[in-house]
Design a protein around this ligand. Structure first.
Ligand SMILES: [Zn+2]
Length: 397
């Protein structure tokens, strides 16, 4: 009996030693894209894969490996770069831009993404309220336009729905897409539309744009129009439905009153897909320190916006640079921690950009600056993408 137990222990010890040796020998592969190697190592060693929950932990952990970098550009291209807000589909609709052409007049397209090392883009559908009869129908037609990006891309771009899709697609070195909606107007008065959008692949809805709607009061209306009110009764139902569906709640553009209602009512982490810090630039689109801390407390995410009007007081009149983006990143890190920061460029959303970050090809400049300012490779990888992946996994699955 005791001998039998001893044999099992010896076998277990030998197996673990073999696994450790194989993992150690393959450690160079464990950068982004090395996930399949992790799995094959585990499989080759005769181990069954852990539960999917643990699988995901392996994926995120191995992407934050402690590789030492002396070259920020290498770090940039090794890291998974995620941008949580881009309006290119509006430029397609309005100006005939093409995802698969190097457009002269857009901040983004597949060529610019590749050159800038972008791995995952959330495309937002924005609704021109004065031009459309049905916000729902318009949103669905823009989603069709966005889906064309994949068909036209010769296999270089693919949409994800699940967290595991993201890992697979980026692991295959393709650019990965996700869908978002900027303005809960799209939901109209039928709450089941949330599920319909989710089925199409939409994973966040910004509850308002600059206009207030059936769901909530916007920041713009509250501050410049003196409109009071937070979430409506219908808005409260919407939050519940989004939580049930696994749809992320985006609070960028939301009034403060509505923001605090969301914080109180949402059982999931809350995101701001493209927002900055009010204490650096007191603009109604930016988040107060208390709001930033509340998002962090929800285990959520803030994508820092590149629009110069939101970065510095007075915007382009004073000329924003990447240093101003870093100031907002520093501030969130100081008051809430590095785990809640990401990138929400707002490219192609009618913004004027910092002078040294004109379009998606220049993303590496941001990493260089973070590196120069003393951010560690692990912190940089979190900011560039892993923080968003953590929230995505928790909310959307
Ligand atoms: Zn916006």
């Amino acid at each position: 009996m005791r001998k039998g137990k001893l044999n099992i222990l010896i076998k277990l010890f030998v197996s673990l030693a073999v696994i450790a040796a194989v993992v150690y020998m393959n450690r160079g592969n464990f950068k982004r894209g090395g996930i399949t190697e992790v799995h094959s190592v585990i499989n080759n060693a005769g181990m069954s894969l852990p539960q999917s929950e643990n699988n995901s932990e392996i994926k995120i952990t191995e992407m934050t490996d402690s590789t030492v970098y002396d070259d920020p550009v290498k770090l940039h291209f090794d890291a998974l770069l995620v941008d949580t807000h881009n309006d290119l589909v509006w430029q397609v609709y309005n100006k005939g831009a093409d995802f698969n052409v190097r457009n002269s007049f857009t901040h983004s397209d597949i060529f610019k993404f590749k050159e800038g090392g972008l791995d995952l883009q959330v495309f937002a559908v924005w609704i021109p309220l004065n031009k459309v009869k049905s916000s729902y129908d318009f949103t669905m037609s823009q989603i069709d336009r966005l889906k064309n990006f994949q068909t036209q891309s010769n296999g270089e771009f693919e949409y994800a729905k699940t967290y595991d899709d993201i890992i697979r697609i980026t692991g295959d070195k393709k650019i990965c897409g996700l869908l978002g909606i900027e303005g809960g107007t799209a939901v109209e008065s039928d709450i089941e539309n949330i599920q319909r959008f989710f089925d199409e692949g939409v994973r966040y809805i910004g509850l308002t744009w600059n206009n207030s709607n059936l769901i909530a009061t916007s920041a713009k209306d509250a501050v410049t129009g003196g409109k009071s009110g937070g979430l409506t009764e219908y808005g409260t139902e919407v939050i519940k439905k989004m939580n049930e569906t696994g749809m992320m709640i985006d609070v960028s553009h939301l009034s403060e009153a509505a923001f605090w209602d969301v914080i109180e009512k949402s059982s999931d982490p809350v995101i701001a897909s493209h927002s900055n810090c009010y204490s650096i630039n007191p603009h109604y689109r930016n988040l107060t320190d208390e709001q930033i801390k509340a998002i962090a407390k929800s285990n959520g995410y803030i994508g820092v916006n590149f629009y110069d009007e939101f970065l510095v007081q007075g915007g382009k009149k004073y000329g924003a640079t990447i240093d101003d983006i870093i100031s907002h990143i520093d501030h969130i890190k100081n008051i809430a921690g590095v785990d809640y920061i990401g990138i929400g460029s707002d490219f192609d959303g009618g913004i004027s950009t910092p002078s040294d970050l004109n379009d998606a090809t220049q993303y590496p400049e941001l990493t260089k600056k973070l590196f120069e300012k003393g951010y560690t490779p692990e912190e940089i990888k979190k900011i560039l993408g892993l923080n968003f992946l953590r929230v995505y996994k928790q909310v959307c699955g």
